[in-house]
Design a binder for this molecule. Sequence first.
Ligand code: BGC
Length: 250
Amino acid sequence: MSIVLGIDIGGSGVKGAPVDLDKGEFAAERFRIETPEESTPEAVATVVAEIVEHFADQIGKDTPIGITVPAPVRHGRIPMIANLHADWKGLEAEAFFSERLGRPVTVVNDADAAGIAEVHYGAAKDTEGVVILTTLGTGIGTAVINDGVLLPNTELGHIEVDGHDAESRAAKSAKEREDLSYKEWAVRLQRYYETMQMLFWPDLFVVGGGVSKKHEKFLPLLDLETPIVPAALLNSAGIIGAARMAADRA
Ligand code: BGC
């Protein structure tokens, strides 16, 4: 059994768990700490270190660690940041976390990790062709995967739809901020997904993020030619995918 530690850094929480990669499941209960309000790399790294410490007895000294961030990660470096402290921009994140934790660390985009998890263990398992996973949370994250191969760092939550950065209108945070009903929010999701469909014609959309638990309230309201299904791994997908990507790299 191969165990790798996955950690998911989000706008509201930092969550981690050891992952059993044979099963694509947590090997121990998830541990979550609130994201520090001043979400600088230093402050978040302190929280990440606490999570690693929490599982220290359950993982080996050289166990790889996979960490997701809500940003693109090109060869370990974060070129832009939308929903965490501006100090993340330009950070050599892999070197930073590896040094801080004293272990081999792989840092990947959160949606890419969720996409890899859904393709290997979840809603897109055995799907041939192009799968686009979207996470609806603080922002909109995207993963584009063709026959199991990821095109990393797509930032399609930021495509312009009706003159707006798509995530500013269609993320879960927009629903909350503007107190939209599911029906009202679905109108915006419809515009988002029909634009994505027109641009990519994927074989499948998978909808992740915590709100995918409530998928029956909004997915049936969407009218698309492309099948659209809820994520199977819900909030675990980022952690599981991060672990998987770290193992694939090790
Ligand atoms: C970021 C993406 C991230 C997504 C979900 C967007 O604002 O630019 O990198 O995947 O939010 O967290």
